[in-house]
Design a protein. Structure first.
Length: 474
């Protein structure tokens, strides 16, 4: 695959593509074939700081632009993405390994919808709030360091940089090393639509090395990080040395609760879609199905019935639903969790202990039963296509088990409306789907407990990039 016009062997700083002086590279692998499809530079410390300086200088003028002017840039950006959809999708498919039939709706179409929502919601924010004795003015926070993961190479960038730019905050973007090529389409778009220099900067390199510099650079006002608890904790600790604002979207071990009155067909489909699509590499996937004993047998039967709707195969095959994991590291991790589940006494009802193949990091979707809190496959984030099913006595035990993990990112409840809402109110998670199967981009996304700090998406996500200033006039 050729990336001749993508400039992915350079950094994008202050509106220009520059050669890195490190002469060190990160190779990008197609996880379905093992082929090296490109490389990106490892930025030096001086280059990372140069990007922060550029963003800081850009803020002086960009912070004074009108909202409508900034919306105009984002509209042009969106239209550019739509015009280049085929190239972007081909890149996501090749560097991530997600199946083509799954990639378009989740990895692209949903992100276009998010951009539209951010624009609409930005117009609804009250940027001047009259109060007794004066008013509160909502002002852009400043330069934002955006640290994004590999599982949604376009979507995770959209979730951070679009609200930042709409709120007049320049960005230094650091994409994941496994899937950095998609980020270069973002840089190319902003370059071609004429976004002011320094408002968007793209730096590639080792996550820890780049992150350490961004987290401590004095010109960075806010760090927005998505990834592991360990990485988020390290970012937050470093950022606090200069009292930066931190927004963290971390891991999840999300429950899907089934109680009487549920639509078992729709509920099971949502759980399986969220735990198997994107090969389970989604922080909000419903990796625990909690079922009350009075309906356990019939819901379990529905899981087994729908299981065959998720065939594994080459991501480029139109019939494939579950593609390949993103890397050898992910393969080893998921394999170890399946092996640990068996050691701890859980029953592997569907799936198998994955074996190395000649090409690709393929794992057959797994269903475990006889799972209990305290087991690693119950408590820890697997980040693979592994579902744990837990039988509980009643609604109260369902709530107890749903909350019996350190995470609280997402969840779902399927049952009669009254009881389902009662359960939803008790689940300690940032979002709960109550007999709901879509999800509105207007609603905020973020976690309780060890799943994060702050919110992304919609109006709440936009307002993370604003600081309230009190103007006293009386």
């Amino acid at each position: 695959m050729s990336f001749k016009n993508l400039n992915n062997e350079k950094l994008y700083i202050n509106g220009e593509y520059i050669e890195s002086k490190s002469n060190e590279w990160i190779e990008v692998e197609n996880p379905a074939t093992g082929e090296i499809i490109g490389k990106v530079p490892k930025a030096t410390a001086s280059e990372i700081n140069l990007a922060c300086d550029a963003a800081y200088e850009a803020f002086k003028g960009f912070s004074k632009t009108s909202l409508e002017e900034r919306i105009s840039y984002i509209e042009k950006f969106k239209n550019w993405l739509i015009d280049h959809e085929d190239e972007i999708m081909d890149t996501i498919l090749k560097e991530l390994g997600v199946p083509i039939k799954i990639a378009k709706p989740g990895q692209f179409d949903k992100q276009i919808q998010r951009i539209d929502t951010f624009i609409d919601q930005a117009r609804l924010i009250d940027y001047k709030i009259e109060m007794n004795g004066g008013f509160v003015r909502m002002e852009p926070i400043g330069v934002v360091a955006s640290l994004t993961p590999w599982n949604y190479p376009l979507g995770q960038i959209i979730m951070k940089i679009i609200p930042a730019i709409l709120m007049a905050c320049p960005v230094v973007e650091k994409p994941a090393s496994d899937t950095p090529l998609t980020a270069y389409f973002v840089a190319k778009s902003f370059d071609e639509i004429g976004l002011p220099k320094g408002v968007f900067n793209l730096i590639t390199g080792s996550g820890a090395e780049v992150g350490d510099i961004l987290n401590t650079n004095p010109h960075v006002a806010m760090v927005s990080y998505t990834g592991s608890l360990a990485g988020g904790s390290a970012s937050a600790k470093n950022a606090m040395d200069t009292a930066k604002k931190v927004v963290l979207e971390l891991g999840g071990k999300s429950p899907g609760v089934f109680v009487r009155g549920c639509n078992k067909e729709d509920g099971v489909k949502q759980v399986l879609d969220r735990v198997y699509l994107n090969v389970g590499q989604t922080c909000s996937c419903l990796s625990r199905a909690i079922i009350t004993e009075d309906i356990y047998d019939e819901v379990l039967e529905e899981f087994l019935k729908q299981y065959d709707n998720y065939p594994v195969g080459n991501p480029e095959d139109e019939s494939t639903v579950v593609g390949t994991l993103s890397s050898q590291k992910q393969f080893d991790k998921v394999k170890s969790y399946i092996e640990e589940g068996l050691k701890e006494g859980a029953h592997l009802l569907r799936g198998e202990v994955p074996q190395e193949s000649e090409v690709g990091y393929y794992v057959k979707p797994a269903i475990f039963t006889d799972v209990k809190p305290g087991m690693k496959i119950h408590d820890e984030e697997t980040f693979g296509p592994v579902l744990s099913i837990i039988k509980v006595k009643d609604k109260n035990e369902a709530i107890e088990v749903a909350n019996a993990v350190d995470f609280g990112l997402s969840s779902a409840v399927f049952g009669n409306e009254k009881e389902a809402l009662e359960i939803a109110y008790e689940i300690k998670a940032g979002d709960v789907y109550v007999n709901s199967f879509g999800g509105s981009p207007e609603l905020p996304f973020g976690g309780y407990k060890q799943s994060g700090v702050g919110r992304e998406g919609g109006r709440f996500g936009l307002m993370e990039y604003l600081e309230p200033k009190s103007i006293h006039t009386a």
